[in-house]
Design a protein around this ligand. Structure first.
Ligand code: DC
Length: 221
């Protein structure tokens, strides 16, 4: 299915996989897919259109009408920059809720495959290695304890001068983990052949170097 090398980076919310995957892509000169942004855009668009996140049919029909583009660092929805609107905690929660709908997930498959272009792709999400790019050359499952992830999210929000409450973040992350792992369609799970990378005591650059080294070893074999 994929003609170019894909590195799949999956893991739970706030594990740091986005930052790490993006840096790996930059170092290799690969394309980058932030698949979570797609579910966030759908949640955002549904909200704008007064569609309830648990309405599988209406959410899926809404998704089919959307023109989604990634231009440099910007996420464009119908030509409008929604990069910051889709990054709120509320939309993250909504993304996790719309992501349970199998018809919606099916609708987004082709779009995700289109990111796989020369010279290669680094894709981050929940089901990159298990469902979307099962023949990825390298699969990484990046994670950290819920407390570490909540602490990171808390610090990120403070740095952005946004309201932050550690206990609420911890509870939200626990709920999102349960929903992302427990859903019937493409649940968050580690692919059999994936390498587990726990980042509680690992910095971003160490995680990036680890993935680059693993990829280099693959190239040399
Ligand atoms: O990675 P993120 O926090 O931006 O993702 C937001 C939500 O989208 C996440 O809670 C679950 C969903 N998601 C998914 O179901 N499958 C993916 N490949 C990526 C994200």
């Amino acid at each position: 299915m994929t003609n170019f090398p894909v590195i799949a980076v999956d893991g739970p919310s706030a594990s740091g996989k986005g930052t790490v995957a993006q840096l790996v892509a930059t170092k290799l000169g690969f394309h980058y897919l932030d698949s979570g942004a797609l579910y966030r855009i759908v949640a955002y668009a549904a909200k704008q259109n007064n569609i309830a996140w648990d309405n599988a049919l209406a959410v899926t029909e809404c998704a089919k009408t959307l023109n989604i583009e990634f231009v440099n660092e910007q996420v464009l929805l119908n030509n409008l920059d929604v990069s910051s609107e889709i990054r709120t905690e509320a939309i993250g929660k909504g993304a996790s809720q719309v992501a349970v709908h199998a018809p919606l997930r099916a609708t987004l498959v082709d779009l995700q495959h289109k990111f796989c272009k020369a010279p290669g792709l680094v894709a981050d999400g929940r089901d990159m290695g298990t469902v979307i790019f099962p023949d990825a050359v390298l699969k990484i499952f990046l994670t950290a304890s819920t407390e570490t992830r909540a602490q990171r999210r808390y610090q990120q929000l403070l740095a952005k001068n946004q309201p932050a409450n550690y206990e609420n973040i911890l509870q939200d992350l626990t709920e999102r983990d349960a929903r992302d792992k427990g859903r019937a369609s493409a649940p968050l799970t580690m692919a059999d052949e994936a390498t587990l990378l726990e980042t509680d005591n690992l910095g971003v650059s160490e995680a990036v170097d680890y993935i680059l080294q693993k990829y280099q070893v693959l190239l040399n074999t």
